[in-house]
Design a protein around this ligand. Sequence first.
Ligand code: SAH
Length: 221
Amino acid sequence: MKTMGLTQLVLINPATFPSAEATARASGADDVLANARVVESLDEALEGAHLVLGTSARLRSVPMDQLPPRQAAERAFAQKPGLVTALLFGTEKSGLDNAEIDRCHALVNIPSNPDYSSLNLGSAVQVICYEVRVAALAAGEADTPQMPEHEPAPAHQVEGLMEHFEQTLEAIGFLEGRQSITLKKRLRRLVQRTAPSETEIHILRGIFATCLKQRSVKSSD
Ligand code: SAH
């Protein structure tokens, strides 16, 4: 949950709480566990929720919306800001019973293998929470992770790289007997398409320099 930005956990009649094993397994997310609200009934758990999305391993013959996780998460974010969505999971042993399903506005089904459809609870929670994260990012309600910026090197450095590339190909004899003009053009297009950064150019030129050095060592042997 915490990895996907969700923090409010409600436990209904847990077998053991607090549980040393659960705390150990939670690792750095034990704050979510420590702050969990422990209640005795579904009614209490759903207090304050405006939209209740139940999860089920099987599609049911019930007259209610049954959605894949992505649409369910989008529906949660399509609500007015401030309205609360509850994601309801069943027990590992028996899932949600009919009375519990009746309390849901829609059912969410992870489209797994129909012949083996039941994920274990932890995996199901992770898949649903991931979709909530994706929807939150799309709705601008979560901080976008900072991707390292790719900064393409200036054109003259790409030119330097191409000269070095061609010089190396010639030195190792790769162009002999080949359509060298066409080949050089193709390689140029390849490099331009990837828009290499300064560091990447540096690495490639390092490789070319090593090839050329090896070459001159060999020819002076
Ligand atoms: N025997 C139960 C399975 C329980 S699995 C049954 O047939 O319903 C424990 C919980 O994980 C389920 O109650 C549900 O909340 C969730 N879950 C497991 N597989 C799922 C799936 N394919 N789609 C949605 N939720 C799933």
